[in-house]
Design a protein around this ligand. Sequence first.
Ligand SMILES: NC(=O)c1ccc[n+]([C@@H]2O[C@H](COP(=O)([O-])OP(=O)(O)OC[C@H]3O[C@@H](n4cnc5c(N)ncnc54)[C@H](O)[C@@H]3O)[C@@H](O)[C@H]2O)c1
Length: 258
Amino acid sequence: MVLDGKIALITGAAKGIGQGITFALAKAGADVAIVDRDVEGLTETERLVEALGRRVLKIQTDVTRQEDVAKMVAKTVESFGQLDVAVNNAGVVGVCPIAEMSPEEWDRVHNVNLKAVFLCCQAQVIEMRRRKFGRIINLASMVGKVGMPGMTHYSASKFGVIGLTNALAKEVARDGITVNALCPGIVGTDMLIGPDGFATKNALPGESVADAWNRVQDTMMPQGEAQTVEDMGHAAVFLATAPHVVGQAIAVDGGYTL
Ligand SMILES: NC(=O)c1ccc[n+]([C@@H]2O[C@H](COP(=O)([O-])OP(=O)(O)OC[C@H]3O[C@@H](n4cnc5c(N)ncnc54)[C@H](O)[C@@H]3O)[C@@H](O)[C@H]2O)c1
């Protein structure tokens, strides 16, 4: 299998896209360190990986805390001896018109979506340089390529992830490390259809979340449908195994950003 003998670390792995990417990397042969601030939530992901016969290490981490992030990388290397693939996926969403947005709300989104990606990349690069090998995949978004009204903070954080990825890819290109961004379109996780999700917040008066979700897929997506966690898993396996794809922001968005 293409990732046999590789060790992958995935943040935000308790559910949603992080869980889907974890499953895909493990299915491709990797042993995995799964990371989330919600350690209880990692149990289902752990079960899925174990069923594939792969080794799995659960790590409770708040990726916004530098000390936690350093420990996350150290524990992975202590348990598995190396770190080959890192997927910086943990993220939070926010829907709020700019006139109503507090600086605290701006910071809440930026701390997880952008500052934490910096902290994770920093710790991962330091470790990966040791072995002159690494594949870093940062989760951005289609709205990191095309701005989304009502989500200025979220869009800005994802544009930032693409910028960080681009600059860092050049900085570490001679160290055997590739850095790329993966830009999902819309995937029916809690981020879209949970209580604070994008579709939920955009439901019309009297419209159910299910109907709002169908409307969002139909009106926003050229293909008329959402993408899946499996789509993101495929793309992550590709980026984890592509030695000469450097600094790209790969859209898996059904053509939204065409
Ligand atoms: N769902 C989509 O349509 C979509 C679209 C574009 C981009 N994305 C991006 O993909 C990534 C995953 O999104 P998702 O839809 O699976 O979200 P989700 O809300 O389903 O899962 C996010 C996970 O991140 C974890 N997390 C949040 N803050 C954390 C922190 N400080 N420390 C550790 N873990 C933390 C949560 O506990 C959760 O398990 C995010 O970066 C998101 O911005 C998602």
